[in-house]
Design a protein around this ligand. Structure first.
Ligand SMILES: Cc1cc2nc3c(=O)[nH]c(=O)nc-3n(C[C@H](O)[C@H](O)[C@H](O)COP(=O)(O)OP(=O)(O)OC[C@H]3O[C@@H](n4cnc5c(N)ncnc54)[C@H](O)[C@@H]3O)c2cc1C
Length: 489
């Protein structure tokens, strides 16, 4: 990115640079800081954790790196993350992970063609629902969930027997891992806010790690710009003697900082909990919009084995919900053994959302020893593992060697959840996002993150990146730099 035209009144006088403080060093905060640094601002980034990346994080606990948060680049058309991933030398998987089999609630395998039809139909309903809600927002009644719409679609299908309809209804819960809650809780009127960036979904087999390294590069190179382990607790805005204003920012460890402008990129879940206090308080319209939007839960559990005993079969497994067991929701697992070398590993990735996520993370929270949580988590997934092709209880390759389960729900710096969603009853989510994104210009205070992204990027890494860029431009605008003067490359 090249910034044409610097901050005019300060040209050649670095001491008079505008001081901007960015709260949070996730994708959004890092991108915002990068744009501001390149425009000549004096930028300070305060990050609560001992690392950058926020909801992008990798672990090597099971050997090769694994993403604990984001793993996919959603939509490769016009997506800014693609260029960074290319520069980072990333590897992707697309088709390798598409070969699906579906297990019926009784554990039997659905015929391949039927399984594929059920899954394709689920995606068709989702896409049609997005289009319908975009075109009919004004006339859709409030308090209708996406599941209500989905059920009507299934009921209207002609020529399907009861069993076929039941499969179609059971598979629907998988979409909860897109919207980070049960789809019965997803508002139908606002479903169009889930529209993805166009193009293919790419699974970053080399993980987001190298991508994040590049995203953090500018900030890390800037002397003294980034401070880790600095949870911000309070932002106080005061008038100066000359009629201007200054922000005093206080961190948990008792330090304070001053700035001319604030970009607050903490998660929506943290804003909802007032994790950073503002004095004077943030305007009521923004508080209300923060309240209206939802904040969902999505967790990942990786289970690794001595060898990928399922290897000769498909790569994507769907287990339909068992109606006789309330804790046996529809589940999906991806085989990381199928991704191309050198990133392949004998590991399964299970996604959980909503109540199932709460169940898994409560095990992590309340177990009294690592052995207890290991035993309980592996026991939870065992009924799924035992259905996989070539599973045999007596084969040592079928005994898990280790696991990693994420715990975003208990992570206060992730806002105790995963990303923004749109709960039943939400009236106008687009307006709420706009209200938060516009911030408090007169106070030079902006909120940004995946929750303030342009519509197609909401709740994603790409959206967080765009949101950082937009907030930085708003901030530069308040210093008198017009949008046209900021040239992005
Ligand atoms: C399990 C999971 C899977 C996901 N999968 C995908 C995916 O495949 N593809 C995709 O595009 N997106 C995915 N997402 C969403 C994606 O990770 C987020 O949308 C994106 O990373 C958010 O970036 P952000 O900068 O808005 O927020 P964050 O990355 O959360 O950054 C906010 C930063 O603020 C810091 N912070 C919080 N409170 C304070 C404080 N008081 N003081 C200072 N710092 C503070 C946090 O530590 C954090 O570093 C996933 C998320 C999860 C949880």
């Amino acid at each position: 990115m090249v910034i044409a035209g610097a901050i005019s009144e300060n040209d050649g006088n670095p001491a008079k640079k505008h001081k901007v403080l960015v709260i949070g060093a996730g994708t959004c905060g890092l991108r915002a800081a990068e744009v501001l640094i390149q425009a000549g601002c004096e930028v300070k980034v305060l990050e609560a954790r001992n690392r950058v990346g926020g909801r992008i994080a990798t672990t090597t606990k099971l050997g090769l790196p694994l993403d604990l948060g984001a793993n996919w680049i959603h939509g490769n058309v016009g997506n800014p993350i693609i260029a960074i991933a290319e520069k980072a030398g990333s590897s992707y998987s697309i088709d390798e992970l598409d070969d699906t089999i579906v297990f019926a609630p009784d554990g039997s395998l659905l015929p391949k063609r039927l399984g594929d039809e059920v899954v394709t139909k689920m995606w068709d309903y989702f896409d049609e629902g997005i289009t319908y809600s975009a075109q009919n927002m004004e006339t859709i009644k409030p308090n209708i969930s996406f599941m209500d719409y989905y059920e009507r679609k299934v009921a209207a299908e002609e020529g399907w027997g009861e069993e076929r309809k039941a499969y179609q209804l059971q598979v629907a819960d998988l979409l909860g891992s897109i919207v980070a809650t049960e789809i019965r809780k997803q508002d139908f009127r606002n479903l169009h806010m889930e529209e993805p960036i166009p193009g293919e979904n790419l699974f970053l087999s080399s993980t987001y790690g190298p991508v994040m390294d590049l995203m953090a590069e500018t900030v890390l190179k800037e002397d003294g710009c980034l401070e880790l382990n600095k949870p911000v607790e309070r932002v106080e805005t005061v008038q100066t003697a000359d009629g201007g204003l200054v922000h005093n920012v206080y961190t948990k460890d008792g330090h304070s900082y001053t700035a001319d402008a604030i970009l607050c990129s903490i998660p929506l879940g943290s804003l909802k909990q007032d994790r950073v206090k503002f004095d004077p308080p943030i305007p009521e319209r923004i508080r209300q919009s923060i309240k209206h939007l939802g904040y969902g839960s999505l967790e990942k559990t990786y289970i690794t084995f001595p060898n990928a005993f399922w290897m000769d079969g498909p790569s994507y497994f769907i287990f339909l919900a068992d109606p006789t067991a309330s804790d046996r929701k529809t589940m999906a697992a991806i085989s990381l053994a199928h991704i191309a070398a050198p990133h392949n590993q004998p590991t399964l990735l299970f996604y959980t959302h909503g109540e199932t996520s709460k169940h898994i993370t409560s095990i992590l929270q309340f177990s009294t020893s690592p052995q207890e949580s290991r035993q309980k988590i592996l026991a939870f997934f065992q009924p799924y593992i035992s259905r996989l092709p070539k599973y045999s209880a007596s084969n040592p390759d079928c005994i898990p060697r280790g696991y990693v389960a994420t715990n975003w729900l208990n992570d206060e710096y992730a806002g105790n959840g995963s990303y923004t969603n749109f709960p039943v009853g939400l009236v106008d989510g687009v307006e709420d996002v706009k209200v938060i994104e516009e911030g408090v210009k007169e106070r030079r205070l902006w909120f940004c993150g995946e929750h303030t992204a342009p519509l197609l990027g909401l709740a994603s890494v790409s959206g967080a990146y765009w949101a950082g860029e937009i907030a930085a431009k708003r901030c530069l605008g308040s210093f008198g730099i017009a949008e046209e003067e900021i040239v992005t490359a």
